[in-house]
Every structure is written in C-alpha cells, then in structure tokens.
Design a protein around this ligand. Structure first.
Ligand code: NAD
Length: 503
C-alpha cells in the first residue's frame, strides 16, 4: 500500500468523507517520505466569515444548554476518541512524522483532557465574597464567552485543539479550528470523530458547534480580525504571536498565546546522572526536537561535565533514526526542508562562535525525499548567538557552569519562558530553582525533563512564549466571562465605602 492509500483508508476509518484528491487544491506532504498524501479544498476568507456566522448562531443555543449536559457531549467524544485512537495516532505519525508511541500519546492527551472537562462541567464555580453591606450577598458567576477561534501548529496536530475545544465546549462556547496548513488531515479526522459524538448526543448540539477551516495564515487572520470571535487561542511561533496578539488586543478580544520556547536544563553536582541522562535524551531528541518544550540548552556543572557529556554524545551517536511507520526508531523526520535548512544555519553559526558540533548531518532513510537528521549536540564555549533563540530542530547546546547564581541568570537570559528543569538532589538548589529568583518559566521541573506535561496542570509560559495557559488547573476561566453580582435582600440601601446620597 502506498502512503497515500494508507492515508485514505485511515481517514475513512475515522469517518472522513471529504474529497482527498481535489484538483488544484492544497497538497499535504508527509514528512515521512516527502510524498503528497492528499490534496484538499481550502477555505477562503468568505468561507471563514460564513463559519463565524454559523458559530455565532450556535452560541446562542449552546450557552443555554446546562453545563453538565454539555459535558455529556465531551464524554461521548472521549468514547469515540478511544475507539479511533489507533487511526488518529497513525494520522499524527503520517502528517507530523511522530513515532507511533508519540502519535498515540497525543491522542491519549485528548482523551485525558476530555475526562478532565467532563468533571469540570459539574463545577465551573464562582466565589461567594464577604460584603461590607448588611443584608447583602456578593458572588461571582461564570458565563459562556462566545465563539472561540483555535489556531494550531504542525508539531502537535491535534492535542492543543482538544485542550482548547474540550474546555470551550463544556464552558458553552462553539469552536472554529484553523489547523496548521502542514497537518490539516489530522484535523479533519478529529472533527469526523467529534461529529460521531455529536450525532449520538442529539439535537441539543446546534449546527456549527465545531468547525474546521483548512488553509494558511490568511484564514487564521480572518479569525483574528473578526470582532465576532471572542477568544483567539493561538499556538505557534513567537513570530506568529507578535502579529496575532496585538491585532486581537486592538479590538479588545481575548487571546491565549502559546508560542515558542528556549527550554533549558541544569545538571548539578548532586544529580542522579543516569536519570538525568535519560531525561535529557528524551527531552532533547524526542519528536526530533520539534516540541515546544524540547530541551535546547543544557548547563552542566564543571565538576560533573566529564561524567555526563561524553555519555550524552554517545547517546546522540547511537540513537535510532528512521521511518516512524515502518520501524521502531526513536527519532523521526523533520517537518520539511525549511526546518533542515534552519538547523544547518544554526549549527554553522554555533561553529563560528567556537562550538563543537557532534551529529547534525542528514540521514538517509530508505532513499526518501524527506529530511531525517542525526540530532546534534553542540558543546558551546559561550551562551550567545543561536543559543539565545529557538531553532525548531534537534539541537542541544551544552555549556559548563561553576556558580549556581550565575547559571540561574543565564538560564533566564533568553526570550522564551516555557519550560525548564533542574537535576539535583540538593534541597537548597531545588527550592531556589523553584523560587521567585529561580526559573522564570511557566513550567519548572525537578529531576524530569522539560517536555511531556500532564493535562492536569496549566500549560503555557512567560515572556516570548506569550503568557497563555491552557489545559488543567483553572485554565477554563479563559473560556468564560465573569460577572460579579451583588444582591440586596435588606430593606435599606447602604452604599459602599460609606458614601451617602440622600434624596
Ligand atoms: P507557525 O507560527 O508557523 O504556525 C502556527 C499556526 O499559525 C499555523 O496554523 C499558521 O497557519 C498560523 N499563522 C501563521 N501566521 C499567522 C497569522 N499572521 N495570523 C493568523 N494565523 C497565522 O508555527 P509552526 O511552525 O506550525 O509551529 C512551530 C512553533 O510553534 C514553534 O515555535 C513551537 O515552539 C511553537 N509551539 C508552541 C506550543 C506551545 O504550547 N507553547 C506548542 C506547539 C508549538
């Protein structure tokens, strides 16, 4: 079977009926082999506006459905996701080049957030707050917000959509999804699985409750510019966020920005070296370095540098690289040529600054016209140049440190503020890293790597990562509007702050 045929049969198994061979449409290229696996019709700006109108109408009905009943739809969706886990996981591998276990892991994340959202649908609680006025009660209530536009990146073709949509749906909001133009098939497959749940749920679910728009940045821009989209949740590069954030703010819309990171680890003298080695290897090489939480910088105390760095270099030299659909290789392909070129340029820049590069060369896999590389570990004499920015490829810059306070300074001296980890068994170092003068990232871990977050916690980061939070904890609040209500059940009209106004 060709990859295009496998794609077609997997899409059919998910329930997708769309034409996957539209003449003159948008090609979808698999990074696994470089083949075109489908050609899709794209939505234009007019179609985007029509989708927004439909979602607005859906909002009027959906906001009146009781939240626990809305949760029932998400519960059914989780059931359908469980049935389609293998097929959706395969689509992630075909479109994003992830290993089967990472593809399935991404679908599991969708199931997990649905389970979380179902429980949440019976909460969505506000506070009752002490009031200074006798015979009064003050409370806050949370109401559905409106249409939610979800823009996603190629490297997680489905989980971030579900982090947003599972919460948005229980919060009473319709969703419109603009997936990456590099991974639209997984999006269509997810929508087909959700459509099965909607069909089982019945007529309480209005038309247009969840829609997918296939297309490039111009479709995202139409969502971003529309005053009828209450919340834009955008996942992608900091470059994209710099455009999207100000546009949404200018129209007083709400946004959740989940942007690039430049995540680091610190290996301290007391670290469990074997554990650190394994955590760093997964954090830096997993998903071929194409996770927002990929470890990109590593600071190693000079007293243990020779214990861990040679072992890491050996791991980089021997890690298996290959076709994620036909082998059990740990490292799959880069998404495309641009990613490969970006990696080469960053390595050349690092070398010019005195870096010693181990790995980084193109790797032939079955003669495929795609871009497999050996992950690169670069021993850097300086914390400078390409080290200071995110290159979305498997490059780990390794630097020596001797002073804990200065390594904390270097750790935080980059634009990205997403994820971080420290490897130590020293309580003082650990607590300092997690304290107000420690890591300035949204995620700070101890003795685990930078990637692989669980859905129960809020996910997101500071600075150029955009400041958004998704997924667990109280991230649901971004999908609702808060009203403060004060009720007077007395026979008097006392004014707050002792103000008098007697007429
Ligand atoms: P990208 O910024 O190129 O594209 C992301 C999405 O934004 C795509 O759907 C694209 O069509 C859309 N887009 C681009 N320009 C737009 C515009 N002007 N208006 C509206 N939409 C626009 O990112 P990518 O290459 O697909 O993904 C890799 C990047 O995403 C990396 O920087 C990575 O760190 C980041 N990322 C962040 C997170 C996170 O949660 N923080 C998660 C995954 C990926």
């Amino acid at each position: 079977m060709t990859l295009a045929e496998t794609t077609r049969s997997t899409m059919q198994a998910c329930g997708v009926s769309a034409d996957l061979a539209v003449s003159g449409g948008m090609d979808v290229v698999s990074p696994v082999s470089g083949e075109v696996v489908a050609t899709l019709a794209v939505h234009d700006v007019a179609a985007t506006h029509a989708a927004i109108d439909q979602a607005r109408a859906a909002f009027k009905a959906w906001r009146m459905v009781p939240a626990p009943r809305r949760g029932e739809l998400v519960r059914l969706f989780a059931e359908e996701l469980r049935k389609s886990k293998e097929d959706l996981g395969r689509m992630v591998s075909i479109e994003a080049g992830k290993s089967p276990s990472e593809g399935l892991g991404e679908v599991q994340e969708m199931i997990d957030i649905c389970d979380f959202a179902v429980g949440l649908s019976r909460q969505l609680y506000g506070l009752t707050i002490a009031t200074e006025r006798p015979g009064h009660r003050m409370m806050e209530t949370w109401h559905p917000l409106g249409v939610v536009g979800i823009i996603t990146a190629f490297n997680f073709p489905c989980a971030p959509w579900c982090w947003n949509s599972a919460l948005a749906l229980v919060c009473g909001d319709p969703v419109i999804w603009k997936p990456s133009e590099k991974t639209p098939l997984t999006a269509l497959a997810c929508q087909a699985v959700l459509d099965r749940a909607i069909a089982r749920f019945g007529t309480d679910a209005p038309e247009g409750l969840s829609q997918v728009l296939v297309g490039g940045p111009e479709v995202g821009e139409a969502l971003v510019d529309s005053e009828n989209v209450a919340l834009i949740s955008a996942t992608g590069s900091t470059r994209m966020g710099r455009i999207v954030g100000p546009k949404v703010a200018a129209r007083f819309g709400k946004s959740i920005l989940e942007l690039g990171g430049n995540n680091a680890g610190i290996v301290c003298p007391s670290a469990d070296m074997d554990m650190a080695l394994r955590a760093i290897a997964f954090g830096a090489m997993g998903t071929a370095g194409q996770r927002c939480t990929t470890m990109r910088r590593l600071f190693v105390h000079d007293s243990v540098y020779d214990q861990i760095v040679p072992a890491l270099i050996r791991a980089y030299g021997s890690v298996s690289i290959g076709n994620p659909l036909t082998s059990d290789a740990l490292v799959g392909p880069l998404i495309d040529k641009a990613a490969f070129d970006g990696m080469g340029a960053a390595l050349a820049e690092a070398q010019a600054l005195g870096g010693t590069v181990h790995g980084g060369e193109r790797h032939d896999v079955e003669g495929a016209a795609s871009y497999y590389v050996r992950p690169a570990l670069v021993e850097m004499p300086v914390h400078d140049g390409p080290v200071l920015r995110e290159t979305f490829a498997p490059i780990l810059y390794v630097m020596k440190y001797s002073d804990f306070d200065s390594v904390l300074e270097d750790h935080n001296a980059v634009g990205g503020g997403l994820s971080s980890s420290i490897f130590t068994t020293d309580l003082r170092e650990m607590e300092t890293f997690l304290s107000a003068r420690g890591s300035d990232c949204g995620i700070a871990n101890v003795n685990i790597g930078t990637s692989g977050a669980e859905i129960g916690g809020a996910f997101g980061g500071e600075k150029e990562t955009g400041g958004g939070r998704e997924s667990g904890s109280d991230a649901w609040r971004a999908y609702m509007r808060r009203a403060t209500n004060t009720i007077n059940y007395s026979r008097d009209l006392p004014l707050a702050q002792g103000v008098t106004f007697d007429i």
